[in-house]
Design a protein around this ligand. Structure first.
Ligand code: G3H
Ligand code: 13P
Ligand code: ZN
Length: 317
């Protein structure tokens, strides 16, 4: 059942966070649904601009519609990750998406407000909720590079939400995209979330760049020929605190890519005579499902499925 993202946030706020998982292909889609059903968790499927053009946006959309049909117990939202204005408008038109993210965080404050407000108006007119971003994560986001963290300013966040009407806000607190997030110990600024929550109690926040880059995955990748030196992610034990401070959505893409890489490197090293894509695909789907189910336990979204389904049905009436 595809549900409004806002309904998921309302149910989760202050108690747990919803896993927002990026997918690109069929095997990820199957593993994602299976893992969420195994752990009885609601979830958000994230589609990036890159994912939409990897094969064809309609191929992804058709796959998600079919997944909704063949997994009738699943409760999920479909979300555009890091959209520009044109992509947001295209997703609004598609009729499949529950929500979109407009990312104009690289623009000046006033321009970010202006673009975000236009997308919010267009999204709300069609019943979609809109995530925006204020502050910037260090590193590369789609094709835009930031050399350092630009932390979100709580006072500015209040003004931004008031001016744009956005439904949720991605905050920069020291995470970054990819597999190399910290040199040394993790440094996250939870005081930013705390201050925003005090100023806007009940308003849903989003944590990007939240893969945990498990040491064991990296070790196995490197053992079978990978070259990922000094990879480091976010401590999964931080998710509970983040959820308490108003984070309702936690974005995870890199970890899924690591599972894919580990499975394929390991499989073909162990079975060098094999050239069939299905046996390794089966291993990946099962391993990805296992990863998702474990992640949902850390997010505390595991076990919420039945309650969320009832909540969404009741809020539709
Ligand atoms: O924030 C970026 C996401 O991890 C999506 O990555 O643009 O390579 O699909 P992508
Ligand atoms: P990771 O690179 O940490 O998985 O972050 C993904 C993300 O924020 C997608 O928007
Ligand atoms: Zn992101």
């Amino acid at each position: 059942m595809i549900v409004p993202t806002n309904a998921l946030f309302k149910h989760a706020y202050g108690k747990y966070a919803i896993g927002a998982y990026n997918i690109n292909n069929l095997e990820q889609t199957m593993g994602l649904f299976q893992g969420n059903l195994q752990s009885k968790a609601p979830f958000i499927i994230q589609i990036s601009k890159g994912a939409r053009s990897y094969t064809h946006k309609k191929m992804l959309e058709a796959m998600l519609k079919t997944a909704d049909e063949i997994f009738p117990d699943a409760v999920f939202a479909v979300h555009l990750d890091h959209g520009d204005e044109a992509t947001c408008l295209d997703c609004i038109k598609s009729g499949l998406y529950s929500s979109i993210m407009i990312d104009a965080s690289h623009e000046s404050y006033d321009k970010n407000v202006e673009i975000t407000k236009r997308v919010v108006d267009a999204g709300h007119a069609k019943g979609l909720s809109v995530e925006a971003e204020l502050g910037q994560l260090k590193g590369i986001e789609e094709d835009i590079k930031a050399d350092d963290h630009v932390f979100t300013r709580p006072d500015e966040a209040v003004d931004f939400v008031k001016k744009t009407g956005c439904d949720s806000l991605a905050c920069a607190i020291g995470t970054s995209h990819g597999a190399f997030k910290f040199k040394g110990a993790q440094k996250l600024k939870f005081d930013i979330l705390e201050a925003i929550q005090k100023l806007m109690p009940g308003f849903p926040l989003v944590m990007h760049g939240s893969s945990s880059v498990p040491e064991d995955e990296v070790r196995r990748i490197n053992y079978f020929g990978g070259a990922m030196k000094d990879a480091k992610g976010v401590d999964e034990n931080s998710f509970a605190l983040a959820a308490k401070l108003g984070v309702t959505k936690i974005n995870i893409d890199t970890d899924g890519r690591l599972v894919w890489t580990r499975v394929h490197r390991e499989y073909f090293a162990l079975y060098p005579e094999n050239f069939d894509l299905r046996p390794v695909g089966k291993v990946f789907m099962a391993e990805y499902a296992r990863f998702i189910a474990n992640k949902n336990k850390k997010l505390a979204s595991a076990g919420q499925l039945d309650a969320v389904r009832e909540f969404c049905k009741a809020s539709k009436k």
